[in-house]
Design a protein around this ligand. Sequence first.
Ligand code: M6R
Length: 611
Amino acid sequence: MCGIVGYTGPREAYPIIVKGLKRLEYRGYDSAGVALQNGGLHVYKKKGKVADLEDSIAGKNVHAHVGIGHTRWATHGEPNDRNAHPHQSASGRLAMIHNGIIENYAQLKSELVKKGYEFKSDTDTEVLLNFIEEILVKNDCSLEEAIRIALKRVVGAYVILLLDAENPDTIIAARKGSPLVIGVGKGEHFLGSDASPMLEYTKEVVYVNDYELAIIKPDELILKNLGNEKLTPYVQKLDLELASIEKGGYEHFMLKEIFEQPQTINDCLRGRLDAVAGTITMSGIQQYAEQIMQTNRIIMVACGTSWHAGLVAEYIFEELCRINVEVEYASEFRYRNPVINPGDVIIAISQSGETADTLVAIETAKEKGAIILGVVNVVGSSIARTSHGGAYTHAGPEIGVASTKAFTAQLSVLTMIALKVGYMKGTIPQQRYLRLLNELNELPEKAAWVLQQHEKIKAIAEKYKDARDFLYLGRGYNFAVALEGALKLKEISYIHAEGYPAAEMKHGPIALVDENLPVVFIATKDPYHEKVVSNMQEIRARKGQVISVITEGDEHSASLSLDVMIIPEADEIVAPILSVIPLQLLAYYIGVSKGLDVDKPRNLAKSVTVE
Ligand code: M6R
């Protein structure tokens, strides 16, 4: 949450920072601001999106070779100009941006208030900044030293970037628990919450670790730990192209990402799955194969859409591997003193690899001796680096705030892991194993087939867009798809939607059903299909508007539905990867038809790096 950008070098800093902030807006868009070094510190900030900031600055002198910028997802203090970053210290000497939460800010603030400090904003950031300045003045030390001392008192998560009017070519950065990437150019450096702001300038990057502090000048990068020991920056080559973070002709990132799924599923399978040879190669899993086979239980930890992927995977692992699986909301798991024994296997599922709750959950489990496997999309992210092993989902950058292609990639990876483990354990009959490999192989083509219905789904969206509530029902593997369909609709269209197990509907939600309620059934062919059809009848009998996702050729379910979205025949284990796609499109088109900003829905941020 919150995006941060920085630049120091010979180029004009402002255009680089603004372009970078636009790429990071998926992280938060409550307000934006920049601080520039130009014969003193110049700070500009504005409530709203980066475009509002640009408008407010138009015509001003923004010439500078050093600067920092921020796009905010509000935690402490409402979104307004005052609370926007950068903040300036009481003396005006320092400017700072921050991503994270300073949990003990109230304590620090009261200490500063007693010393006579006054605050212009309601933020924890301004408190930390003045705390640093207080140490700087009191100890008459370097800024770097003051930051080190201050951070030893801080409880919470942060990435901070500071400018100092007395050292105009330098940016000082520090991180704990929030991401920070430094791009290394020739005589210049770039900073970002991820690598997207620097893609056209350099492919050489350093991922800063927790408890590290960086002093960055145009031609020098000094990395230290909080004990003031120098570290050697590990420069890595970025494997990311500019085109992957642009809309490529689509109206929204979300639509582009939905349509990318045949390709991203393919990318995820490529080099791993060989249906002809009957093999799955995943080195990051292979290393821990023995432990996974021997474990009594696997715990999946995740949030949001990734948690839904975990729910589908629970059913898959239990069926194919005969291992007991628990799926936990990371935010609950970390706080309830869960029983974790050495040798337990934890699978952390995360698109961003930066979700704070998931990260802390696996750190806690790791300390207790568990083996952590990450199923993560963003290469080099904190969760990927904290995990012992795992597998990347290779879906490419997902920029739309609503997760789409990451979900189908997560399911593809988790299915491969379950197949690999189950085959090694001997819990999957050979024939079923080979059939499922083929089923996986056919997914890209089938996903493309599903997407061809986009015009029809757009018309369905138009028909139901004014409904006040939606109910999504599914059973077995499709139960989690119902949850995911409802989540997508809520996020993008602000329509209240609930996902429920189809049979459980009779135990309460059926009371909601009347002629105004659209009920979306995920009713693809599987062993419980007839039961789901009975549930459809029950909804129809109460005049609910039945919309369904069905398998090609299922005339009976079609006859019970007002509108249908179709997937091709597929084994029930892989069917969720297809049945979720029409629901993504339905949510997208409803959001668009309501005139909403589907890529940046209100109050949300792509990467939830605060608790
Ligand atoms: O990056 P992660 O997968 O860890 O993110 C988890 C959730 O924050 C995320 O899935 C969120 O629910 C999305 N907005 C869903 O579309």
